[in-house]
Every structure is written in structure tokens, then in C-alpha cells.
Design a protein around this ligand. Structure first.
Ligand code: NAP
Length: 277
């Protein structure tokens, strides 16, 4: 029996409703640019969240990164164009930049790629450490300036930097360096008098004070990473009256700025609600 036009319209309407509800219950596809404690905290908060389908991107600098409770990918995207391609291919809905305060290039690429694709971008920006009474900081613009600031007389120097930054101190070979890094640096271009300690934070005040005392450190070189995970070395330097050569933060382009993984989760849930997820 031929069906009348009215039931046909009803069934079409139902079809539209089914299609719509299928689309609106799709979780938000999220790219997290990581490599930080905040990115790992966000991954823990989002694991099992039915409204968000996250992937954590790591630069691939460490051979054995800490295990994560969500999907991960590793390695550069291939500049802004590569990131734009990735966002489109993976049908990403939103991006959270949770990279380190000194990872300025990745952040600049995220801003450009999100502008090109029209995707919402939120950036977790960790507050910088501030000097307090007893701190003896000398601010310098970069690692080359830090090497110069050590001066001509040989000193015992604690380098709390990434392994890629150690080569700058080859320009000041008169000093004895102790560098703490997650993975061993390549031997090319390193300062000649260098002891490498491999360790992954967080570190506590007692251990940091012991390390600086045992190694008879006279001056520390540090980035202003902010956050609690690596602050104990700054407290230890203060307690021991040691000067700290502090490398300034770079200009880091950002989207909508927040400070914590919890705020990022709230932003994501707002974004998901806005889209009917
Ligand atoms: P960067 O100078 O801003 O980035 C250099 C290039 O590395 C980027 O253009 C990108 O390559 C790739 N990259 C960086 N972060 C990435 C990520 N999360 N996923 C995929 N590719 C990424 O960064 P960086 O200072 O070398 O830092 C690298 C990573 O280590 C970052 O994820 C950062 O959060 C973490 N980290 C850095 C520091 C630091 O002091 N800089 C400290 C602790 C942790 P393409 O252009 O090919 O996409």
C-alpha cells in the first residue's frame, strides 16, 4: 500500500532528529600540546570523560616519556602548514596548548594554525616565580647571556636546563659545570668540564640543598619555569645564599589564557555544551 505524504514527512523528520542526535553526541575531538605537568594533569582529568576525545601530543624529545592515560602521538607536525593539515585530517574540534613556558615556537604555530582553521585555542600559562627576600637573582635574556654572566674566574656552576641548552656554556669553558637533565646530552659542543646527573623531577628541598652543598655549587643557572615541581632548587639556593642567573621567559603567543588543568577542563565542558555534546 502506497504511503501518504504526511507519514513520509514524519519519517523524514525522525530521520533528521536521529542524524542530529548522532552528531551532537560525538565527543569533542581535542588536541593537547603537552610535555608538561599541566598537560599530564589534564590527561588524567579527561581520561574516561565521555564528552571529550583527547589526544596528547609530545615533541618526542625523551625516549621514555611518562606513561599517559589517554592516546598520545609523538614528534613535530612540520611547522604551521603541517599542524593545519593535522588538525583538518584528524577533525580536531579544539586545541589546548599546555606546552612549557619556554616552548614559544610550538605556541606560535598553534596560534597561527588555529587562526587558519577557525578552531578555538586555550593556552595554559603557568605563572612565573617571583623573587622573595633572600633571593639573589640576576636576570639575563638567554643562555648565551647566562654563560657570559658567569664571569671570567672559574666557578662551580649548577645548570638546571634542558640538554639542548648546555652547548651555550662551551663558550665559557673555564667553569666546572654540573648539569641535571632527564636524558644524557649528545657529546658534541659540550663544555669540557661537565658532570651530568640524569634525573626526572619533582625534587624536594632537602635533596636539592644536599646536592648543591655536596657539589660545592657557587652559582645556579635556571629558567623561570614557574610551578611547584622544580621550585625546591630555588628555595635551596636561597637557603644557601647562592646567586641564581635567571634566564628570562620568551614571548609566548597564546589563545584564551588560563592557568591550570582544572580551568582547561571547565573551558572544554563549556565548549562541549555549546556544541550540544
Ligand atoms: P619549541 O621550541 O616551542 O618547539 C620546537 C618544535 O618542536 C615545534 O615547532 C614543533 O615542531 C615541535 N614541538 C614542540 N612541542 C611539541 C608538541 N607538544 N607536540 C609536537 N611537536 C612539538 O619547543 P621546545 O622548547 O623545544 O620544547 C619541546 C617540548 O618539550 C614541548 O612539548 C615542551 O612543552 C616540552 N618542554 C620544554 C621545556 C623548555 O624549557 N623548552 C621544558 C620542559 C618541557 P614542528 O614545527 O615540526 O611542528
Amino acid at each position: 500500500m502506497p504511503s501518504s505524504p504526511i507519514p513520509m514527512m514524519d519519517s523524514q523528520r525522525r530521520g533528521v532528529q536521529v542524524a542530529r542526535s548522532a552528531v551532537t553526541t560525538m565527543p569533542l575531538r581535542l588536541l593537547i600540546l603537552g610535555g608538561t605537568t599541566e598537560a599530564s594533569a589534564l590527561a588524567r582529568l579527561l581520561a574516561g570523560d565521555p564528552r571529550v576525545d583527547p589526544i596528547l601530543s609530545l615533541a618526542g624529545r625523551t625516549a621514555t616519556p611518562a606513561p599517559q592515560p589517554i592516546k598520545t602521538r609523538s614528534g613535530g607536525f612540520g611547522g604551521i602548514d603541517g599542524l593545519v593539515r593535522y588538525l583538518r585530517d584528524e577533525k580536531i574540534d579544539a586545541v589546548i596548548d599546555a606546552t612549557h613556558p619556554y616552548a614559544d615556537q610550538m605556541s606560535a604555530h598553534a596560534v597561527s594554525a588555529c587562526a587558519a582553521t577557525g578552531l578555538p585555542l586555550t593556552s595554559i600559562v603557568r605563572g612565573a616565580w617571583r623573587q622573595v627576600a633572600g633571593d639573589r637573582w640576576q636576570d639575563v635574556p638567554d643562555t648565551d647571556a647566562a654563560a657570559r654572566a658567569l664571569g671570567p674566574a672559574p666557578r662551580r656552576v649548577f645548570l638546571s636546563l634542558g640538554r639542548q641548552e648546555l652547548h651555550a656554556f662551551g663558550a665559557a669553558p673555564q667553569h666546572h659545570y654540573i648539569a641535571r637533565v632527564i636524558e644524557a646530552p649528545a657529546h658534541a659542543d659540550l663544555p669540557p668540564d661537565l658532570k651530568v646527573i640524569q634525573a626526572r623531577g619533582p625534587f624536594d628541598l632537602a635533596a636539592e640543598t644536599r646536592l648543591l652543598s655536596d657539589e660545592k655549587i657557587e652559582v645556579m643557572v635556571s629558567k623561570n619555569a614557574g610551578g611547584p615541581a622544580t621550585y625546591a632548587k630555588i628555595e635551596a639556593a636561597r637557603a644557601l645564599g647562592l646567586p641564581v642567573i635567571m634566564i628570562a621567559r620568551p614571548h609566548k603567543p597564546a589563545g584564551h589564557v588560563i592557568a591550570t588543568a582544572e580551568e582547561a577542563t571547565a573551558w572544554l565542558h563549556d565548549e562541549a555544551s555549546r556544541r550540544g555534546v
